[in-house]
Structures are given as C-alpha cells and as structure tokens.
Write a protein that binds this ligand. Structure first.
Ligand SMILES: Nc1ncnc2c1ncn2[C@@H]1O[C@H](COP(=O)(O)OP(=O)(O)O)[C@@H](O)[C@H]1O
Ligand SMILES: Cc1ncsc1CCOP(=O)(O)O
Ligand SMILES: [Mg+2]
Length: 279
C-alpha cells in the first residue's frame, strides 16, 4: 500500500493528467489551484456545446452538483454519458444531497444517465443518496463517516462503484473491500471546498490508476496528509488565542502543502487500514 501511494503520486506528477471538472461556483478557483498544486492539469467546462469534446480529451471527469441549474445538469448528463462511452473514469460529488428535492431528483437522473466509478461525499450526503432520511444542513455533514458505512455499502452494491465518505476518518468502500484513512485536521471542516478538492484529487488519481479503490485511497491520504502538514507549518500569527489553526491561513497553506508533498512523505504519513468487507 505504502509503495503504491508513492508510485501513484510520482505518476501523477510525471503525467499531469487533464481533469475535466463540472463543478460549483463556490470552489471553481480553489479546485483548479488544488489540482495544479498536486501536479494535475485542471479544466472547468460546463456548456452543453463543448462538454463531450472536453471529456474526450481528459483523463477523468469530475461532476460536482454544488450550485445546480438546468443547463448545467444537461451538460453533466452529456459529459457522464461520454465518459462512460469512452471508458474514462467519472467521480461524482453529491454536494448537498438530501437538502432539497431538486438535488435528489438531479442525482437520480445523473445516476440513471451513467453511473460514476466513484462517489465521494460527506456522511450526510452519502446517507441521503442511499435513500436514508437524514437531517441535512446544506452542504455540511451532521453525521460521522463511520455511521454511514452501511449506506456506503448499499450504494456501492447498487451501482457497482466505489464510495468514499470523508470525515475525521475517511471510509472507502468497494464491492468486496474497505479502507479507512485516518489523516487530516479538524480545521478542514471550517474551510469551504475541502470536500470538493478531495473529489477533484480523486479524479486526478483515477486518471493515473485504473483501480478506482486504490485511486480513492491515494486521494483521501493526500488530502489528509496535506491537511496535517499545512496545519503544522502555520506560524503563531495564523493561530487563535488558544493556539488553534485559523481557516484563512490554512486555506493557502494547504495549497502549498499539496505542491510540496513528496511521494516519500505521503507514503510515510498516510494512515491507511485495509479491511475485508464483512458479509
Ligand atoms: N474532523 C476531521 N478531522 C480531520 N480531517 C477531516 C475532518 N473532517 C473532514 N476532514 C477532511 O476534510 C476533507 C473534506 O471532508 P468533509 O469536510 O467531510 O467534506 P465536505 O467538505 O464535502 O463536507 C477530507 O479530506 C476529510 O478527510
Ligand atoms: C458552500 C457551498 N454551497 C454550494 S456548493 C458549496 C461548496 C461546498 O464545498 P465542500 O463540499 O467542499 O465543503
Ligand atoms: Mg462537499
């Protein structure tokens, strides 16, 4: 596992895959910078007139439903179908699933159009997508990732895809196996776009690793390790009166950590536990 993480980050840096993102207005800039920082090449494109061409030249497609509207949904469906036709990996981030009936309806339509290879969301989103009635709070989770394991399994079984649930411990579920990634920093929940960056990085790793389960683990570990490194590099001026990390400085430090992370550091600091899925 450690050798594989090291190899995957090296390959990502050497090949700099193009990642086609159809994502939300809130995080577009930050997501593009996160992809650049880790070593990938981002492009944001959502117009129905061009999404199929863009998906065709990309190494992976990332669809994020954060700020939906009908024309964007049309673009998402076209892109997802094109990715399926060309056997390119697709990551779906079901931002705010369960918060409104429109989001739930669109998610059902997207899953029908072409099931993604990986679904990456927080626990509330994964539980809502699995059909559970959960208390949702917009785009933030009200549940722990560990409490969503059954829902993640149900989704993985239903669509034959990998499901990655973020939280204090990221839980990655495949049809026949699971992994737990225990890295990260609590300040990551106080900075918008960290989950979206996790999904975009998953797209980048899927572009260089056919095994979606391994790619999802690499993305979760990269996010978590960089969260830890970024927090640890912050000077006293970026801490509050009680020594806690402040979000603004963290956001920038995180990009720097992505850019300076070495494959060796990733392998050394990643806290990954693999598990066979119990029946
Ligand atoms: N309590 C926590 N401690 C450490 N890392 C966390 C914690 N909560 C979330 N993370 C990390 O923050 C990133 C975003 O996850 P999350 O906040 O769950 O997504 P979203 O922004 O979609 O709600 C992930 O890399 C995750 O591992
Ligand atoms: C705040 C917000 N509202 C719509 S999309 C969005 C960004 C969500 O980003 P993340 O899921 O990474 O926290
Ligand atoms: Mg999110």
């Amino acid at each position: 596992m450690k050798d594989n993480l090291k190899q995957l980050l090296q390959t990502l840096r050497e090949t700099s895959p193009l990642v086609h993102n159809i994502t939300n207005y809130v995080v577009m800039n930050y997501t593009a910078n996160a992809l650049l920082a880790v070593g990938a090449s981002p492009v944001m494109a959502h117009a129905v007139e061009e999404v199929e061409e863009m998906t065709s030249i990309a190494g992976a497609l990332v669809v994020n439903i954060g700020t939906l509207s009908a024309p964007w949904v049309a673009g998402m469906k076209l892109a997802m179908r094109q990715a399926a036709t060309l056997v390119k990996p697709t990551v779906l981030d079901p931002v705010g699933a369960g918060a409104t009936s429109y989001r739930n309806q669109v998610l059902a339509e997207l899953m029908e159009a072409a099931a993604p290879d990986l679904i990456r969301g927080n626990a509330s989103e994964i539980m809502a997508l699995a059909g559970l009635s959960v208390q949702t709070k917009g785009v933030d989770s009200t549940m722990s990732s560990l409490s969503s394991v059954e829902a993640a399994r149900a989704l993985s079984d239903r669509y034959g895809c990998v499901v990655s649930v973020s939280g204090a411990v990221d839980v990655i579920v495949d049809v026949d196996k699971m992994a737990y990634v225990a890295n990260g920093h609590p300040i990551m929940t106080r900075v918008t776009g960290m989950g979206c960056a996790a999904s975009a990085l998953a797209g980048a790793f899927c572009a260089v690793e056919k095994n979606v389960f391994e790619a999802a683990i690499a993305a979760a570990a990269t996010m978590g390790v960089c969260g830890e490194l970024a927090a640890s590099t912050l000077a006293a001026s970026a801490l509050d009166g009680q020594g806690r990390v402040l979000p603004g400085s963290f956001q920038m430090a995180f990009l720097d950590a992505l850019a300076s992370l070495t494959p060796e550091q990733l392998a050394e600091k990643a806290n990954v536990r693999l598990d066979s899925k119990s029946a």
